[in-house]
Write a protein of this length. Structure first.
Length: 79
């Protein structure tokens, strides 16, 4: 799925996806070697939604990255 189409699913900007890639928060499923176009898989949407939720709760990029591997019960106790 192209980056623009993927961004529409959880209603985020392409800019945010590029930023997530840059800081290694959410890597694309595939990056074309010649054009550098990013492609994402539909199974990455839940991860992106979790990132959006954490950022809306004012988690830093570092905290969000650390929390991605945390279970939801542990995450709620942090909040």
């Amino acid at each position: 799925m192209k980056i623009g189409d993927f961004a529409k699913v959880p209603q985020v900007s392409v800019r945010m996806l590029r930023c997530c890639d840059k800081v290694r928060l959410l890597k694309p499923e595939l990056v074309d070697l010649y054009t550098k176009h990013r492609s994402y898989a539909i199974n990455q949407v839940p991860t992106l939604r979790k990132i959006v939720m954490l950022r809306n709760l004012d988690f830093s990029v570092f905290e969000a990255k650390k929390s991605l591997n945390t279970g939801i019960k542990q995450l709620v106790s942090i909040i």
